[in-house]
Design a protein around this ligand. Structure first.
Ligand SMILES: [Zn+2]
Length: 322
């Protein structure tokens, strides 16, 4: 039986952190627009500083966290939303995921030499220059009973918000407006997102009547107005802990029949544990386990999401393969 996570003394020490109002959903009544405002608060700083990354990579990772938090909050069922980007740039892989209840994690794999050389000549690279050319995949996993949905597109655009917008436009034929930000503030690292989605019908309510050309023109114009208003949001406002989310949204959309829904929490959410890692190790044959040993006959497993090493004495691990 798997040991309950709270009994696992080797669990990383971040999980107690919860940001209560991290996700604020909203919609504009009578308009084909719904959205989410994401502010990761102190969680961003706690998670991002666990990893030894230069500030440019930290900022990219923080934006990825805000993005998956925004996308996961739209899930209708239990499950998780994950972003994977693989490219030929100095950051060769970026993975971030978030569950329906707001448990976040990420890791970035980088080539230190290539990164040093890029940053030496270009101290403020775009997300694209960090990631290079490659692919962006978004995966929705809603448990064993539901089909896993994955879409893959080529990396397009200079920053992560453009890459994600491109994904929705091409892979899902779904119009989205996405702003992502992550910077080091006086209070530490902060990241946030404002995402608008164009939906069928008005304000998230199903439209059962056939639409007319007039309705379509009204919808186009309402969507355009919402995106123009969203563009006036500054990074400073998005990441300002002292500006409550409903107030920020009111500033942007008060003339658009704004309805702000119940906010939701975000938390650190790696599912790793010693018990789970032992379970993985036991699936290897004895020979492979011997080869994994480092000094003192110990096997070291690293959770890349937590950036933490777990040490297992070789003698304690028995292969289930005999
Ligand atoms: Zn972990």
């Amino acid at each position: 039986m798997e040991k309950p996570a709270f009994l696992d003394r080797d669990r990383p020490d971040v999980p107690g952190l919860v940001v209560p109002g991290g996700v604020t959903p909203f919609y504009l009544a009578g308009r084909p627009v719904r959205g989410r405002l994401i502010r990761t608060g102190i969680l961003a700083d706690a998670m991002l500083t666990r990893h030894d990354n230069p500030a440019q990579v930290t900022a990219l990772a923080g934006k990825a966290l805000a993005l998956v938090a925004a996308l996961a909050s739209a899930l209708k069922f239990q499950g998780s939303f994950s972003l994977q980007i693989k490219g030929d740039g100095p950051v060769s892989m970026l993975v971030a995921d978030c569950t329906h209840d707001g448990a976040l994690r990420f890791y970035a794999r980088k080539d230190d030499a290539a990164l040093d050389s890029l940053l030496a000549s270009n101290p403020a690279p775009t997300d694209r220059e960090l990631l290079g050319n490659g692919y962006l995949a978004l995966t929705v996993d809603q448990g064993a009973d539901m089909e896993r949905h994955q879409g893959i597109v080529e990396i397009a655009g200079d920053d992560l918000s453009a890459m994600a917008t491109h994904y929705f436009a091409t892979s899902e034929q779904h119009a989205c407006w996405i702003m992502l930000a992550c910077t080091l503030t006086d209070a530490g690292w902060r990241s946030g997102a404002l995402v608008l989605e164009r939906i069928a019908g008005a304000g998230g309510l199903a439209d059962t009547e056939l639409s007319t050309p007039d309705d379509a023109a009204h919808d186009d114009s309402a969507w355009e107005t919402a995106t123009i208003l969203a563009t006036t949001l500054t990074i400073a406002e998005l990441l300002d802990d002292s500006l409550p989310a409903p107030q920020l949204l009111h500033r942007l959309f008060h003339e658009e029949d704004l309805h702000v829904s119940q906010s939701r929490a975000l938390a650190f959410g790696c599912r790793c544990s010693r018990a789970r890692l032992v379970d993985v190790l036991q699936r290897f044959p004895e020979d492979d386990l011997d080869h994994m040993c480092v000094s003192n006959d110990t096997i070291v497993m690293t959770c890349e999401f937590c950036n933490k090493d777990f040490h297992f004495p070789r003698k304690d691990i028995a292969s289930a393969m005999g």
